[in-house]
Design a protein. Structure first.
Length: 218
């Protein structure tokens, strides 16, 4: 499992790069996890309804092709994108979601925070406040998009939306739970936890441009 730490990347180029990678990969392409942050942006999933945007703001809204409703990404949030061949791994989407959630729960427990999933509402919660949101897209048995963990960020933009389509849903983050960890460190730790839950070893590779590399494409 190759892990790429990409720093802060605008959402639209990251989305284009995930699509390019997924379209170009073949049966021998290694799976990858991309660890990054985004500048402030709201993303609206395939079934997303504009009614869940409560107030207009200067933060852009991008329509995207993952599942789910609206969410917020911003500096201080650790995002891990999972570019996986599910067919090769024998994974269903439901099982992948469960393993992602378990990975977040594992990471939080390692820092003394008890978290849980919620039936019918993908993601991870601490005392009924959402700390991690996830959404995936699968094409021809291959996934992209992934999970976003709130680490140390400005949570105010969540008040202008119904997070994940749930009116009044509270959100929280590691900093407010007394966990002193940097977003980049949290992202790498989460990627390692995901790789472990998928039965793989995480191999950290160098920073790179968001384009498929010759050794990873047909």
């Amino acid at each position: 499992m190759i892990v790429r730490q990409l720093g802060r990347v605008d959402y639209s180029p990251a989305l284009a790069a995930m699509r390019d990678f997924t379209a170009a990969r073949d049966a021998g392409t290694p799976d990858e996890l991309w660890v990054l942050e985004h500048p402030s942006v709201y993303t609206l999933g395939q079934a997303g309804r504009a009614a869940h945007i409560l107030r207009a703001s200067s933060i852009p809204v991008v329509r995207t092709d993952r599942g789910g409703q609206i969410t917020y990404h911003g500096p201080g949030q650790a995002v891990v994108y999972l570019l996986l061949d599910l067919s090769r791994r024998g994974l269903t989407v439901r099982e992948l979601v469960r393993r992602i959630e378990d990975s977040v729960i594992d990471l939080l427990l390692a820092h003394g925070v008890t978290a849980a999933r919620r039936a019918g509402a993908p993601g991870v919660y601490v005392d009924d406040a959402k700390i991690a949101a996830l959404g995936l897209r699968v094409r021809h048995g291959r996934s992209y998009h992934g999970v976003a963990l709130n680490v140390e960020m400005d949570l105010a933009p969540y008040t202008d939306i119904d997070p994940c389509g749930y009116p009044g849903l509270r959100v929280t983050q590691l900093a407010d739970l007394g966990v002193p960890i940097a977003p980049a460190q949290a992202g790498l730790a989460l990627a390692e936890a995901i790789a472990s839950r998928l039965g793989s070893n995480a191999q950290l590779r160098q920073l790179r441009q968001l384009r498929p590399e010759p050794d990873c494409t047909a």
